[in-house]
Design a protein around this ligand. Structure first.
Ligand SMILES: [Zn+2]
Length: 265
C-alpha cells in the first residue's frame, strides 16, 4: 500500500488516513556539506527512506520530505541552503495546520539532521503556546541507535559524515556515495576553541572545520544494514506508542481551555 501523501489519489488519501489512525509523519532533512563522499541532501534522502520503511510496517501517512531547513555553521562550506528560524517555524506550523485540516490529529516529526534540533524545540513550544488542536511528536536523529553504534564503531569520533552516517548511506542511498573520495581521509577534532563550559554558535564548525568527523572510510554496507534495521525498529515502536498516547492530546485540550475558555478554540 502507498503511504506517501504526494502519491495518493484523493480516494486513497482518506483510506490511508484512517488506516494510519490519523497520524502523519514529516521526514525532515537538510542541505549541507557531508564531506567529499556524501551528497548535500544526505539527511533528507536517508530519512525519507526510513519513513517509507516504517510506513510499510506500521501505517502512517508520510508527507513530502522537508529539505529546506537549517545549517547555519555549514554556510562556511559550499552547498548549504539555510532557512531563517522564523520562516522555518512558520512553514512547519502551516504544514501541520494543513495536515490537521485534512484530518490528521497527531503529527510526527522524523529528524535526519541534528542541526534542526534548536528550531524544533522552539516549534514544540509554539505548538503548546498557540494551543494547537493537534499533537506533535518529535523523534530525534539516530534515536535509539547509540548502544548499537558503540558496539560496531571502529572510529572514536562519530556524528557527521562519519563512519556511521556513511554506513547508513551505503545501505540506503548507495548510488549517491563516493567511497573513493573518503579513502585515506581522517578528520580530527581541532583543539583551539577553548571556552568550555560555554557553548557558542560555531562550536561544530570550530571543532570540525572540514565538516566530517572521524574516519568515514571505515564505513561498510553491513554496518549500515544493522543501523537501518535498528532505526526502523525504534521508530516503529515509537510510532505505535504515539498512536496509543492519550496524554499529549488531553494536555493540548487543556491548553486550549486555558487559552480560549471551555468549549472555545
Ligand atoms: Zn547528516
Amino acid at each position: 500500500m502507498k503511504w506517501r501523501w504526494e502519491y495518493l489519489t484523493v480516494s486513497e488519501f482518506e483510506d490511508a488516513r484512517e488506516k494510519a489512525e490519523r497520524v502523519a509523519m514529516i521526514p525532515i532533512g537538510s542541505l549541507e556539506t557531508h564531506g567529499p563522499h556524501l551528497p548535500l541532501g544526505n539527511d533528507g534522502l536517508k530519512i525519507e527512506k526510513i519513513a517509507d520503511m516504517v510506513a510499510q510496517i506500521e501505517p502512517v501517512v508520510v508527507l513530502p520530505t522537508l529539505f529546506y531547513t537549517q545549517s547555519y555553521q555549514a554556510k562556511l562550506l559550499p552547498g548549504a541552503l539555510c532557512i531563517h528560524s522564523d520562516l522555518l517555524t512558520a512553514l512547519l506550523e502551516n504544514i501541520c495546520d494543513e495536515a490537521y485540516r485534512n484530518g490528521f490529529e497527531k503529527i510526527v516529526l522524523l529528524h535526519g539532521h541534528g542541526g534542526n534540533t534548536p528550531v524544533m524545540e522552539g516549534f514544540l513550544r509554539l505548538v503548546a503556546d498557540k494551543a494547537k488542536p493537534y499533537a506533535v511528536y518529535s523523534i530525534p536523529p539516530w534515536a535509539g541507535l547509540w548502544e548499537l553504534i558503540d558496539q560496531i564503531k571502529e572510529t572514536e569520533d562519530i556524528g557527521h559524515a562519519c563512519e556511521m552516517e556513511t554506513s547508513i548511506a551505503l545501505f540506503l542511498i548507495p548510488d549517491a556515495v563516493n567511497m573513493e573520495a573518503a579513502k585515506g581521509k581522517i578528520y580530527k577534532r581541532r583543539e583551539d576553541l577553548d571556552v568550555a563550559p560555554a557553548s557558542t554558535p560555531v562550536d561544530w564548525i570550530a571543532n570540525w572545520p572540514e565538516g566530517p568527523l572521524g574516519n568515514p572510510s571505515k564505513a561498510t554496507l553491513e554496518k549500515g544494514e544493522k543501523l537501518v534495521k535498528k532505526w526502523v525498529e525504534v521508530v516503529v515502536d515509537s510510532l505505535r506508542r504515539i498512536k496509543k498516547d492519550k496524554v499529549v492530546p488531553e494536555l493540548m485540550r487543556k491548553l486550549r481551555e486555558v487559552r480560549y475558555g471551555k468549549g472555545g478554540g
